[in-house]
Ligand binder design. Structure first.
Ligand SMILES: C[S@@+](CC[C@H](N)C(=O)[O-])C[C@H]1O[C@@H](n2cnc3c(N)ncnc32)[C@H](O)[C@@H]1O
Length: 254
């Protein structure tokens, strides 16, 4: 008897930002697996078995979900934001590929959620209105040299850059190095958006020119959006908006 694994994104925090499709999947599950703060965010039926776990055990979590589904359970794996962005959907496919013949009969579904950069962009205006990219600053699963290269290339291409996992207690230096790169590349007034704990009661939003940015402005609950050369600030009464126009000037950027 084989069951299902559904990987869902819970959005950035506010239950109103959970899609109806994900809410429906939560109601159908027999088991819920995930990093414990994400499991704590849902309110499933009493009969549902919860399997919260710690950070950095993504593959074990995915294997656990597949094993439960193999026995017939309807397993929900919960991620914050979108499950396909620096989250559990990719871990599930890694686990699947590792032991493909064993998991042939399991139904898999990935249900999207609102990722942090989209939620942040909406709160401050439209900074992702033109071309952008996302870079995960954690070097737990990749060497710093590739992060450094990607930042340099994104700067050269004048992308807006959304930085996930900017800074943690165990990785205090990466964001400092990133800031040095950004500050050496662009004009001092370039806007940088710090969006912390979006759509929760601890939400904090700041739009700061790069010359005033310090590493302490970011932590693990922050997504940072670095503007392109075209990102602008508009002041409307008391409100400050950031946006990147859809058009690009007809000239070379260097
Ligand atoms: C492991 S990644 C997971 C990303 C998640 N899957 C998503 O799509 O938003 C964790 C990082 O996402 C960002 N993040 C997640 N939720 C956030 C929120 N509510 N407010 C601000 N940033 C958030 C932060 O950069 C955090 O370090």
């Amino acid at each position: 008897m084989s069951g299902r694994v559904i990987v869902v994104g819970l959005g950035p925090g506010d239950p109103n930002q959970i899609t109806p499709q994900v809410a429906h999947a939560i109601n159908q599950a027999t088991d819920v697996i995930g990093y414990f703060p994400y499991v704590a965010r849902i309110n499933p039926k009493k009969s549902v078995k919860l399997h919260p776990s710690g950070n950095r055990v993504e593959i074990e979590r995915a294997e656990h979900a597949l094993a439960l589904a193999h026995e017939g359970s309807k397993v929900l794996i919960v991620s914050s934001g979108d499950p396909g962005i620096f989250a559990m959907a990719a871990a599930l496919f890694e686990a699947l590929e590792k032991n493909l013949s064993r998991w042939q009969n399991i139904d898999i579904e990935i249900l999207p959620g609102i990722t942090a950069m989209i939620a942040a962009a909406a709160r401050v205006g439209a900074p992702l209105g033109h071309d952008f990219c996302a870079i995960n600053l954690s070097d737990n699963l990749k060497p710093w040299s590739i992060i450094d290269k990607r930042i340099r290339m994104a700067l050269a291409a004048d992308f807006v850059i959304a930085f996930y996992n900017p800074r943690s207690k165990s990785r205090p230096k990466g964001f400092e190095k990133t800031l040095t790169l950004l500050q050496s590349h662009c004009e001092p007034e370039r806007p940088v958006i710090f969006a912390r704990a979006l759509s929760t009661n601890k939400e904090k939003l700041q739009i700061v020119p790069i010359r005033k940015v310090t590493a302490e402005m970011a932590d693990m609950r922050t997504v940072v959006i670095f503007g392109s050369s075209q990102t602008r600030i508009v002041k409307q009464n008391e409100r400050e908006w950031a946006y990147t126009p859809r058009f690009y000037p007809d000239k070379d950027i260097h």
